[in-house]
Ligand binder design. Structure first.
Ligand code: NAD
Length: 271
């Protein structure tokens, strides 16, 4: 099923109107679709990404929808830049109600014995430290009014450990699940909900940030199902399907949901 960006949202969540969201990895894929979905609900959206040209295209797309939008040129693994981005969004709009900590990379895919420590670090820095930094710097701006934080992990961080070469990625994604649960517990006192989503294969540009090493061929095993095969669709999911889940989690419709891992994978993780 192809799910396209519609002029009107598929689900209507009126309480999101005029609230403020920060979306990381907003220039592409799941982040981009989510920025559009939240803007369709009337949210003001801060687009965080290091891909400037694409980020500006998304900004234009939201501006064309008459949404209030700002951008931040940020590497999420850089503490100062993340701090500045959250402060800037809060200064612009007076509050932050929802954070989608979604920026991520597959990084270098390598057998463990050949993995360079700096490649391991890079994946962990972007995916895991980046998530920590976004949550840390969101808290001062959310603790007065409460809100919702959604973190993008993966089925590879929770249920699926069969993709060879992905030790750093899977470790970072598993870390995000543990971190989300700890954050949910700690931040409940501020009425900040924290949930983590685990997508299966989704059709995005993530292969641009995927770097298999030649050594990977040494350990590859034949896969039972072709990549992207999902029992429900027999095809990868669409970013817009993930965006609807994020909008729901951002809204009051999910007011009693926190500390939860939600799979959005068409049952891919069950095969
Ligand atoms: P994508 O490559 O289309 O989008 C990711 C965005 O993150 C890009 O715009 C990129 O520039 C940005 N980004 C990367 N590193 C960054 C950094 N250091 N600082 C700021 N921005 C950075 O990929 P996507 O599939 O939309 O990925 C979004 C999230 O979904 C990632 O966390 C990924 O691990 C997760 N995920 C994706 C899939 C999939 O099949 N596509 C499956 C499970 C989980």
């Amino acid at each position: 099923m192809t799910v396209q960006t519609l002029q009107k949202p598929r689900i209507v969540l009126p309480e999101l109107k005029d609230k403020v969201a920060v979306v990381t990895g907003a220039a592409s894929g799941i982040g981009r679709a989510t920025a559009v979905a939240l803007a369709q609900q009337g949210m003001k959206v801060c687009l965080v990404d290091l891909k400037n040209e694409r980020r500006e295209q998304v900004k234009q797309q939201l501006a064309d929808m008459k949404a209030e939008v700002m951008t931040a040129d940020v590497d999420v693994s850089d503490p100062n830049r993340v701090h500045q981005a959250f402060d800037a969004a809060a200064k612009q709009w007076g509050r932050i109600d929802a954070v989608f900590a979604n920026a991520g990379i597959n990084g270098v895919l390598s057998p463990i014995e050949d993995m360079k420590p700096e490649d391991w670090d890079h994946t962990l820095f972007v995916n895991l430290k980046g998530t920590f930094l976004c949550v840390k710097h969101a808290i001062p701006h959310m603790k007065q009014n409460g809100g919702s934080i959604i973190i993008t992990s993966s089925i590879n961080g929770s249920r699926v450990f069969s993709n060879f070469g992905m030790s750093a990625y899977s470790t970072s994604k598993a870390g995000q699940v543990a971190f989300a649960k700890m954050a949910a517990l700690e931040l409940a006192r501020y009425k900040i909900r924290v949930n983590v989503i685990c997508p299966g294969s989704i059709k995005t540009n993530i292969s641009e940030n995927t770097h298999p090493t030649p050594e990977l061929d040494k350990i590859k095993i034949p896969v039972k199902y072709p990549e992207g095969s999902q029992p429900l669709e027999h095809a990868p999911g669409q970013p817009e399907q993930v965006a609807d889940l994020v909008a729901f989690l951002a809204s009051d419709a999910a007011s009693h949901i926190t500390g939860t891992e939600l799979f959005i994978d068409g049952a891919e993780s069950l095969i």
